[in-house]
Design a protein around this ligand. Structure first.
Ligand code: DGL
Length: 271
């Protein structure tokens, strides 16, 4: 049976990427690993973030072999990919804030990038803007509070309009017409954000682009496997998709959300 695809994030944000991948690859098996003991990643120092992620993912994969790793976290992707690629010999896909499509989409050439404080600070992000949005005025906003609000929603708790307004008010005042959701947690609050910002602001994320990249890699892998072993007609065994967390426990609300994303086995990571 083919090995599962590992989707990784600090918390529930990667579920938005998992969902996009599952839309196009519904028959693959998935493991969702989230490092909620160390969330929010946007507040960690660069070295702490790199060391922790590389150690967790490499140890995890030794015990749970996977076919590829999707780092469904912008904050981690801006930093850990080279170190992780040096350790693993399977494909690793990262998430890039959708600055390029946003710059194309923006009519007024005035866009916002909403991400974690870590992502906003990174050289990687600034290079991305220079490369793809040089013709735009770009407003940068970092918020870990919004990450925690997305977690709050996923835990089944109410997120109020006031909480959203307090964070997004500078964006509303800036008169941007396009906003990059540069953190995978933020699409969880898409409806709340769109309601506050109004339809004049388009929200753009990178979920579909990541899913397309995964499809591409799966097709390449299938081609290589076919060449190596000839055509094998395996029965499409259905094994459950699993979620692993790093905190001591998770609440009922979060478990319900994970189940609603098709992750029917949920357990603490054991390394
Ligand atoms: N979901 C993550 C991202 O895309 C990180 C959120 C956090 O832990 O700060 O950046």
């Amino acid at each position: 049976m083919p090995k599962p695809i590992l989707v990784f994030d600090s918390g529930i944000g990667g579920l938005t990427i998992l969902e996009e991948i599952k839309q196009v690859l519904p028959d693959e098996r998935y493991i969702y690993l989230f490092d909620n003991a160390r969330l929010p990643y946007g507040e960690l120092s660069e070295q702490t973030l790199i060391d922790g992620c590389v150690s967790l993912i490499t140890k995890f994969i030794k015990l749970n072999p996977v076919s590829m790793v999707v780092i469904a976290c912008n904050t981690a992707s801006t930093l850990i990919l080279p170190a992780l690629r040096a350790e693993l010999d399977i494909p690793i896909v990262g998430v890039v804030p959708a600055v390029k499509p946003a710059a194309v989409l923006s009519k007024r050439k005035h866009i916002g990038l909403l991400a974690t404080p870590g992502t906003i600070k990174r050289t990687y992000t600034h290079e991305l803007i220079t490369q793809f949005a040089d013709n735009c005025k770009v407003e940068l906003y970092g918020s870990s509070e919004l990450v925690l609000l997305a977690e709050q929603k996923a835990a089944g708790l109410l997120v109020t309009k006031d909480q959203i307004a307090r964070i997004l008010q500078p964006l509303l005042d800036s008169e941007i017409d396009t906003l990059v959701l540069g953190c995978t947690h933020f699409p969880i609050l898409r409806d709340e954000m769109q309601a506050y910002l109004g339809e004049a602001v388009s929200l753009v994320d990178s979920g579909k682009a990541i899913a397309a990249r995964v499809v591409n890699l799966i097709e390449q892998q299938a081609y290589i496997e076919q060449k190596e072993v000839g055509s094998i007609n395996e029965l499409n065994e259905t094994t459950k998709n699993t979620a692993f967390y790093t905190s001591d426990s998770v609440g009922v609300g979060l478990k319900t959300t994970l189940i609603s994303f098709g992750l029917t086995v949920i357990s603490k990571v054991n390394l």
